[in-house]
Design a protein around this ligand. Structure first.
Ligand code: PEP
Ligand code: MN
Length: 342
């Protein structure tokens, strides 16, 4: 349930309500929005608590949240949330594009890609150092050496960086190098990992699980938010369907649906959804038109030689073309196109 405070309530009244929630054995979570201040009651509050809290000074009303996810829901927070990554704001008017190779391979690859994607208008550099691979015999990433190269290339090009963290023990190390911690689709329900990133104060990008429902996805985000980290970006990256000719199927419906259910920003990854470079542009444009706050795109200097996901990676030239089209669609739907200020 949430306690909605009156617009003229005092900070002391807000404190007193929070205090009462603690005394009754629950956790208060304050959200001070532009329109209203609400206090979430985390746990499984008993119905009588509703009456008790509604009589306290400064309280306007106490409303149950109908969804199983609470802090993540629009009911708890009606305004859109934004996540700041350095100077980049995800979830606002700007369309934010994250781009780079599937995996970090060497210095030349990272620096050239960082420069190329920056010049084309990307605002965050991606690159995997810890790679979740279906086969144990595939390239599994450079580990910490890869993190170093990624951070160095980001500094060189003046871009913040995003990279995946696969296990709770690696969170501290990855957080030293990354500006955004990526939770991959295969780890969306790794609850120990979600708890651990929830303890950090780093932005987290949570990819949708391969077969996850919206509710399961938002409950996964709830783990991070309930751990105290509200800096969460969701990423629709395609789901498993009966269609075998593409790697996954981008669920464009998820974008407006999730925006209705949750205040968190949502971006789309057309690269992993399709698995094919020539499908990346049309899917990216569809996602932007549907209201995505950003995109994650795989780019490689020479996709034929990529150690991972070459078939879905764009060349520098194709990425530049895609960005031109993305800018047009972004403008058409009232967004400030990526890279408009650079
Ligand atoms: C990735 O972005 O590097 C990745 C592995 O994606 P996903 O978790 O969506 O498969
Ligand atoms: Mn990849």
């Amino acid at each position: 349930m949430i306690v909605v405070m009156r617009t003229d309530s005092t900070p002391e009244e807000v404190d007193a309500v929070s205090q009462r929630i603690v005394e009754r054995g629950f956790r208060p979570e304050l959200s001070s929005g532009e329109q209203r201040t609400v206090i979430g009651v985390l746990g499984s509050p008993f119905p009588e608590l509703r009456n008790e809290l509604s009589t306290l000074p400064g309280v306007s009303e106490v409303v149950p949240i109908s969804k199983p996810y609470k802090l993540t829901s629009r009911e708890f927070k009606p305004e859109n949330s934004t996540v700041a990554v350095g100077d980049v704001v995800v979830g606002g008017e700007d369309l934010v594009v994250m781009a780079g190779p599937c995996s970090v391979e060497d210095e030349e690859q990272m620096v050239s890609t960082a420069r190329a994607v920056k010049a084309a208008g990307a605002s965050i550099l991606r690159g995997g150092a810890f790679k979740p691979r279906t086969s144990p015999y595939s390239f599994r990433g450079m580990g910490v050496d890869g993190l170093r190269l990624l951070a160095m290339a980001g500094r060189e090009a003046g871009l913040p960086v995003i990279t995946e963290v696969m296990s709770p023990e690696d969170v501290e190390t990855v957080a030293e190098y990354a500006d955004v911690l990526q939770i991959g689709a295969r780890n969306m329900q790794n609850y120990n990992l979600l708890d651990r990133v929830g303890e950090t104060r780093k932005p987290v990008m949570l990819k949708r699980g391969l077969s996850a429902t919206y509710e399961e996805w938002l409950l996964a985000a709830e783990y991070v938010l309930s751990g105290g980290n509200s800096q969460v970006i969701l990423c629709e990256r395609g789901v498993r369907t009966f269609e075998p000719s593409t790697r996954f199927t981008l669920d464009v419906t998820a974008i407006p649906s999730i925006r209705r259910l949750s205040h968190l920003p949502i971006v789309a990854d057309p690269s992993h959804s399709s698995g094919k470079w020539y499908l990346v542009s049309p899917l990216a444009l569809g996602a932007v038109a549907a209201g995505a706050h950003g995109l994650m795109i795989e780019v490689h200097p020479n996709p034929d030689l990529a150690k991972c996901d070459g078939p879905e990676s764009l060349t520098f030239e194709n990425f530049d073309k895609l960005m031109g089209q993305v800018k047009d669609v972004a403008r058409a739907v009232g967004k400030v196109p990526a890279g408009a200020y650079s």
